[in-house]
Design a protein around this ligand. Structure first.
Ligand code: ATP
Length: 310
């Protein structure tokens, strides 16, 4: 593909259908076995070529712009700088992120922005990196970034960065209750370590019933196969989230679970109609800041064709 002066990449949020966490490794990371699903809640990252200097800038707009850093700690900026350093790129880039994924909500918003930026800068700077090379750089940026590149439904192992596609039939209907404020992922892992005797923690593993439920495409089967080892820790830090989960179950959700490290609560609905009803009830409940609905699975970070060339 030839380079372009402006590229927009759409990248999805992720949820964890199963998240099993092992004891911390000597490097501090926790080994996980997780089944990720990409859902149709997106951030759009637009990258515009800057050929006068090598600067990388970022601006944030959208529902969740507040609190997102615009300096070098922004994961999208780090992704662009990583490619610049690795491939001796002289050009810079102006990034604009339109955020509709909640920040620090356990939905990999920062990671997906990083994945989108890798894809955008690969095209913008004409690097012609393969998917495998992009995956390698994604893993350097964070545990969830490789999954955000591939999307769909996948098994994540190691720190979550080793992804393998999982067969999944049909479409599932999700509702998200977005809480006020975020939860820090390291803090939630720290809480988990305090809550369980480490000697007895088993190596992480994916439940076989989760994989069969995905293969069957049955929402009812999936509902009983969801799991999240971080849920108890997130609830210990934010006990009021328990009321939100219970509210969803009382109002027709087939299952309710904390999304990743929280505090977003996710609900599985039987179909799109049930999802709408539940979303309305949750919005009226006053238990959360915002409610969103999305289907999954969807693909990972993709260039938006209409805006590719000028
Ligand atoms: P995960 O599910 O991968 O653990 P998360 O969804 O809980 O992540 P993020 O939305 O990625 O959390 O945000 C975590 C922190 O990362 C934020 O508080 C913010 O300071 C920082 N951050 C850096 N870059 C970004 C970005 N592009 N978008 C959002 N947050 C970012």
């Amino acid at each position: 593909m030839p380079p372009s002066a402006e590229v927009t990449v759409r990248a999805p949020a992720k949820i964890n259908l199963g998240l099993s966490v092992g004891p911390p490794r000597p490097d501090g990371f926790h080994p996980v076995a997780t089944v990720y699903q990409a859902v149709a809640l997106y951030d759009d990252v637009t990258a515009v070529l800057r050929d006068d200097d090598g600067e990388v800038s970022v601006e944030i707009s959208g529902d969740f712009a507040d609190g997102v850093p615009t300096d070098e700690t922004n994961l999208a900026v780090r992704a662009a700088q990583l490619l610049q350093a690795e491939y001796d790129v002289d050009e810079g880039v102006d990034l604009t992120i339109r955020k509709t994924i909640p920040v620090a909500g356990g939905m990999a918003g920062g990671s997906t922005d990083a994945a989108a930026t890798l894809v955008a800068c690969n095209r913008l700077w004409g690097l012609q990196l393969t998917q495998t090379e992009l995956q390698h750089h994604a893993a350097e940026l964070g545990s969830d970034v490789p999954f955000c590149l591939v999307g769909h439904t996948a098994l994540g192992q190691g720190r979550g960065e080793q992804v393998t596609e999982v067969m999944s039939r049909g479409t599932f209907h999700w509702v998200f209750a977005i809480a006020d404020g975020g939860l820090s992922t390291p803090e939630v892992y720290g809480q988990l370590d305090r809550m369980r005797p480490l000697r007895r923690v088993e190596p992480p593993q994916v439940r076989p019933e989760l994989l069969s439920a995905l293969l069957s495409g049955s929402a009812a089967a999936l509902a009983v196969a969801l799991s999240n080892d971080l849920q108890a820790a997130a609830l210990a830090l934010r006990p009021e989230l328990g009321d939100t989960l219970q509210f969803g179950l009382d109002h027709g959700a087939l299952a309710a679970q904390i999304s990743g490290s929280g505090p977003t609560c996710l609900f599985l609905a039987a179909d799109s109609r049930n999802a709408v009803d539940l979303a309305v009830d949750l919005a009226e409940s006053g238990l959360c800041r915002m409610v969103r609905q999305a289907e999954g699975p969807v693909p990972g970070a993709r260039i938006l064709p209409a805006i590719v060339s000028r």
